[in-house]
Design a protein around this ligand. Structure first.
Ligand SMILES: [Zn+2]
Length: 487
């Protein structure tokens, strides 16, 4: 596998991505068009993502639940915007056990409706609130154009659902979970993200406000990496989710939902990957450290493998995720390339001379060649590697942020804008009018990604523009928005 070369990112970014996903054995195409099989290496990455998020969800008081895969079709039809948004993508089951079903069942595209239905039974009084739930599952949306991890008919994700007594509390929850996603992206995935609000055209079907975290991929396009929705009372009214307040009056609940999916793996690949292959963020990498033993004679082999096994045990004890590559029949050079392609952050090279010196060579994946190699004593190597991993995380984040900022232009004229979205983000004043947004999309294929909550953090400095006018129509504008072509 490692012998076939990937196309470079400059040659064909899309093909680089497709081939890398297969070659690194993250996922494969399923017999059903548009479905994917997540292979062990990809699933291990997803499990680490799950762990990192689940800790954050539990720390903020949420509990995991499991709702069924099937939803009565009539449920989807109860919330007007929801049905409009999801109808074209639904998979519907009409036959079960050989019999035509009395009511068709929808394979869940998301679970607001069935959860709303159950809440109407479970929630009676203000004492029952807030309800803070999350579920890890897969959902189905019948997409026409698919790409591994980025858009597949079935994908894995988590969906959080909460119900609150007041509007303020629900808004606060929506923002809290957006912050949790941003914190995860930055501190675990080394991906700089822009948290912001979506336009009406881009928001979730049935939401009052949708927030998202947006990231720039290695080709300058945007990817929505997680979303958090304030649903107002839309679903509570459609499903009669009410509670008796402290004064004995019936009130509708205020609800939220929020999700992050296996799409995020696509973001990790496209933000950090290079022409050699993957570069996985140390905190999420299934293997953080790979030990490659180097020897020629049987005597050397015995010595080197003995030390390698002791070293592995030392690193495992320090809670590092370690692989010792004992595969026969492959040269060390071949193994180096293979693990580089698979994005393992640190490689330990251990040969007979190193055993004598009680030292190893550490090679970091983010700095190819001699520049990224250091010799380190075997004693206390776990501690040395932990520091190295932290340093790699920081370098990866800094590099991605510098790249994003260099490809984000403060376009003030429409000509500048059109140029900016050819290669990256346009960060421009926008009047907020949906007509301008629609025209921009038609003419440039760029969509409104988000209105950043922190307008200064995008570029690290305040707006250079003196005129606060919409980049399209010239009308007065209050805020700047990110526009980009997107995945
Ligand atoms: Zn305008």
């Amino acid at each position: 596998m490692a012998d076939e070369k990937l196309p470079t990112r400059a040659e064909d970014f899309s093909e680089w991505y497709n081939q890398l996903v297969l070659k690194a054995q993250l996922a494969d195409y399923a017999p059903v068009r548009g479905c994917m099989i997540v292979r062990p290496y990809g699933w291990a990455l997803w499990e680490n993502i799950q762990g990192a998020l689940d800790r954050r969800f539990k720390a903020t008081g949420h509990q995991n639940v499991a709702f069924p895969l099937f939803i009565p079709k009539s449920f989807i039809e109860k919330e007007k915007h929801h049905v409009e948004g999801f109808s074209p993508e639904l998979a519907v089951v009409t036959i079960g056990g050989g019999e035509e079903l009395a009511e068709p069942l929808v394979v869940r595209p998301t679970s607001e409706t069935i959860i709303g239905h159950m809440w109407s039974k479970w929630i009676q009084s203000y004492r029952d609130l807030p309800v803070l739930m999350n579920q890890w599952n897969s959902v189905v949306r019948w997409e026409l154009r698919t790409k591994l991890f980025l858009r597949t008919l079935e994908f894995y994700w988590q969906e959080g659902h909460t119900a609150h007594a007041t509007r303020d509390e629900a808004v606060e929850e929506t923002r809290q979970m957006l912050d949790a996603y941003a914190d995860f992206a930055i501190n675990d995935a080394a991906i700089p993200v822009i948290p912001g609000a979506k336009s009406d055209a881009e928001k979730f079907a049935g939401a009052d406000v949708t927030y998202s975290i947006e990231a720039m991929m290695g080709d300058g396009k945007a990817l929505q990496a997680g979303t958090s929705h304030f649903l107002g009372q839309n679903f509570a009214q459609a499903f009669d989710v009410k509670y008796l307040d402290q004064n004995g009056a019936q009130q509708y609940c205020w609800t939220t939902s929020w999700g992050l999916s296996t799409r995020f793996i696509g973001a990790i690949i496209m933000v950090h990957g290079d022409d050699q292959g993957l570069l996985l963020p140390p905190k999420l990498a299934p293997t953080q450290v790979v030990i490659v033993p180097i020897f020629k004679t049987d005597e050397e082999k015995a010595d080197v493998l003995k030390t390698a096994k002791e070293l592995k045990a030392q690193l495992v004890k320090a809670n590092l995720r370690v692989t010792l590559d004992e595969r026969e029949g492959f040269s060390p050079g071949w193994k180096f390339n293979d693990w580089e392609m698979r994005g393992v952050p640190v490689r330990v090279e251990l040969g007979p001379k190193d055993v004598t010196k009680q030292a190893v060579v550490l090679a970091r994946r983010d700095k190819p060649g001699k520049e990224g190699k250091v010799s380190a004593p075997l004693a206390d190597l776990a501690c040395t590697i932990e520091k190295l991993l932290a340093d790699i995380h920081q370098s990866m984040f800094d590099k991605a942020l510098t790249f994003r900022r260099s490809k984000t232009l403060e376009a003030q004229t429409y000509d500048e804008f059109k140029k900016a979205v050819e290669t990256g983000f346009a960060y421009s004043y926008w009047c907020g009018n949906g007509t301008c947004e629609e025209k921009i999309k038609e003419e440039t294929r760029a969509t409104m990604r988000c209105i950043p909550l922190d307008q200064t953090a995008v570029l690290g400095h305040p707006a250079s523009a003196t005129a606060r006018t919409c980049v399209y129509c010239g009308q007065p504008a209050k805020e700047r928005a990110i526009f980009a072509r997107a995945y």
